[in-house]
Ligand binder design. Sequence first.
Ligand SMILES: O=C(O)C(=O)C[C@]1(C(=O)O)C=C[C@@H](O)C=C1
Length: 100
Amino acid sequence: MDELSRELDEYREQIDQLDTDLVACLFRRFQVANKIAEVKHKVDAPVNQPHRATVVERHYIELGEQFGISADFLQDLYRLIHAESCRVQERPTFQSHRER
Ligand SMILES: O=C(O)C(=O)C[C@]1(C(=O)O)C=C[C@@H](O)C=C1
């Protein structure tokens, strides 16, 4: 294996590890969303809270400015995460594979 393909392999290992971290972070976020759902259920509050979602979306955009990541990309990303967070919260007994 030449030097360049060794370098490429190393970077790809880093990408794979970072993707694992990303998914693990998402997993933790959905666990917290599930806890939020329990509280909302107790006080009969709606899962989807557009004002709060706008605040969170702004936070993503601010982070994007700090890190130099495109606002459009982060908006799209948060919209996907938010949709999944709402879906998770609508499921009363959300459990991940790890908890089973
Ligand atoms: O802050 C909340 O109330 C949440 O449930 C979290 C969250 C999110 O995942 O970002 C999900 C649903 C709401 O519409 C707003 C934000």
